[in-house]
Design a protein around this ligand. Structure first.
Ligand code: ZN
Length: 381
C-alpha cells in the first residue's frame, strides 16, 4: 500500500468535534484510510507528497437520497411546469414506462454517468433507490444494478401504485414477492408517504414488511403536505425522514427527540419552485439534519451537492458551516455510517479538495465548479 501525504492544505475542515478546523495542515492517506492529519510542520514521511497549494479540504459529501437507476427524459414536463403546471406525483409513471423498456446496459450506463457527476461534485458515498420498475422483475433489476455501484441500496417498490393495478394487490406484491426478490441486494426500505402515493397505514405496512426482511427503514415524508410521514418515521426509528418540507410543531418536536435524521432536499424545492423546509427551526430545536440531492428525473434532476449547500445557506438560512456539516456528518448519520462524513485517523480516506481557500466559497460562489479533486477510499475518483 502506498502512503500519500497531502500538504499545503490551507484549511482542513474535518467536521470532527475534537479536531475542528486546522490551517496550514497536512493529511496522510495510507491505503484506503486516513493515517494521520495535523499541522504541516509535524507531518510524517510518506512514499509521495502532493502539494495542494493552500486549497481547502473537506470530507467527501455523503448523498443519502438519490434516484439514479432509470431511463427516459422529462425535460418537456419540466418546461411545462416552469410555464405554469403544478408538480404531482403521477409524473413518475412516464419514467416507469421508459425504465421497464430499457435494457440493463442502458440503465447501467445512465447510472454510471450520474455517479461520475456526483463524484465530480465531491460526493464520495451515495444512496440509490429503486422505484421506477414497479413490477417484480424490473424492481429486482434496478436494485441489482444499483448494488454494482453502492452498498447503500434502497428498495422503493412503494413509490407509487402503477397504472391499471389494484391498490391492495399492489401492496401485497410490494410487501411479499417483490420485497423478497429485492431484499438480497438492499440495505434499506423506503416508501413515498404522501397524498397520491401511500397513506400512513399503507406506508407502515410496507416499512414493517421491509424490517421483517432485514432492511432498515427510511421514509419520503411531508414533501407536498403535512401528513403523517414524519411521525411514522420516528415511530419506526427510521434512519431518516426525507423532504420535511411541510412540518407541524409536533413533527419538529418528534424529530428533535429522536435519532431520525431530517434529510432536506433543497434542489427539489428549487426545481419545482416550492417553499423550502424550515431548516433553521429544525436545527434550533435540536434535530439532526442532512442535505442530499434527491437527484431524479422528475422533481429535481441535479447531482450537485455544492448547489444544494448554496441553497441551504441562501434560501434556508443555514450558516455555511452548518450546511457543510449537514452534507457530510448529517448524510453519514442518515445512512448509519460512522466510517465516513468526518476526517479523522482510521476513517475512510474520502475527501474533497476545493479550488478555494475555504468552504465558504461553496455558497459564496453558487454554480461554480469548485471541486478540484475527489478522493474515494484513498483513490482519486
Ligand atoms: Zn426521493
Amino acid at each position: 500500500m502506498t502512503a500519500t501525504l497531502l500538504t499545503g492544505i490551507g484549511l482542513l475542515a474535518t467536521q470532527d468535534d475534537e479536531l475542528g478546523e486546522l490551517t496550514d495542515a497536512a493529511l496522510l492517506i495510507d491505503g484506503d484510510r486516513i493515517g494521520w492529519l495535523g499541522p504541516a510542520g509535524h507531518a510524517p514521511a510518506a512514499d509521495r507528497r502532493l502539494d495542494l497549494g493552500g486549497r481547502c479540504v473537506l470530507p467527501g459529501f455523503v448523498d443519502s437520497h438519490a434516484h439514479l437507476v432509470f431511463a427516459g427524459d422529462r425535460a418537456a414536463e419540466f418546461a411545462a411546469r416552469m410555464t405554469g403546471q403544478a408538480y404531482t406525483a403521477g409524473g413518475i409513471r412516464s419514467t416507469v414506462a421508459a425504465t421497464r423498456a430499457a435494457a440493463d446496459a442502458e440503465l447501467r450506463a445512465n447510472l454510471g454517468r450520474l455517479a461520475a457527476e456526483l463524484h465530480a461534485g465531491g460526493v464520495t458515498t451515495f444512496e440509490c433507490k429503486s422505484g421506477y420498475g414497479l413490477d417484480v422483475d424490473t424492481e429486482q433489476r434496478l436494485v441489482r444494478l444499483a448494488a454494482e455501484r453502492t452498498p447503500e441500496v434502497t428498495f422503493l417498490g412503494a413509490h407509487v401504485v402503477p397504472e391499471h393495478t389494484d391498490r391492495a394487490d399492489y401492496l401485497n406484491l410490494v410487501c411479499g414477492q417483490m420485497l423478497q426478490a429485492c431484499a438480497p441486494y438492499c440495505r434499506w426500505v423506503d416508501v413515498f408517504c404522501e397524498q397520491g402515493a401511500f397513506d400512513v397505514a399503507e406506508s407502515r405496512a410496507v416499512l414493517r414488511a421491509g424490517i421483517a426482511a432485514g432492511l432498515a427503514p427510511r421514509v419520503h415524508a411531508n414533501q407536498l403536505t403535512a401528513g403523517g410521514g414524519v411521525q411514522l418515521a420516528v415511530e419506526l426509528d427510521a434512519a431518516s425522514a426525507d423532504h420535511c418540507t411541510h412540518l407541524s410543531p409536533a413533527d419538529i418536536d418528534a424529530l428533535a427527540g429522536s435519532d431520525t435524521v431530517a434529510t432536506l432536499l433543497p434542489l427539489v424545492e428549487f426545481s419545482t419552485r416550492s417553499p423550502y423546509p424550515d431548516a433553521r427551526t429544525l436545527l434550533d430545536a435540536g434535530a439532526t439534519i442532512a442535505l442530499a440531492t434527491d437527484c431524479n428525473p422528475g422533481s429535481g434532476y441535479s447531482t450537485s451537492m455544492p448547489l444544494a449547500i448554496a441553497l441551504a445557506v441562501v434560501q434556508m438560512r443555514l450558516s455555511p458551516a452548518e450546511a457543510v456539516r449537514a452534507a457530510t456528518v448529517g448524510g453519514a448519520k442518515a445512512l448509519h455510517r460512522t466510517d465516513i462524513g468526518r476526517l479523522a485517523v482510521g476513517l475512510r480516506a474520502d475527501l474533497v479538495v476545493l479550488d478555494a481557500p475555504s468552504y465558504l466559497h461553496l455558497a459564496y460562489r453558487p454554480g461554480v465548479p469548485l471541486v478540484h479533486q475527489t478522493w474515494i477510499a484513498g483513490q482519486r475518483a
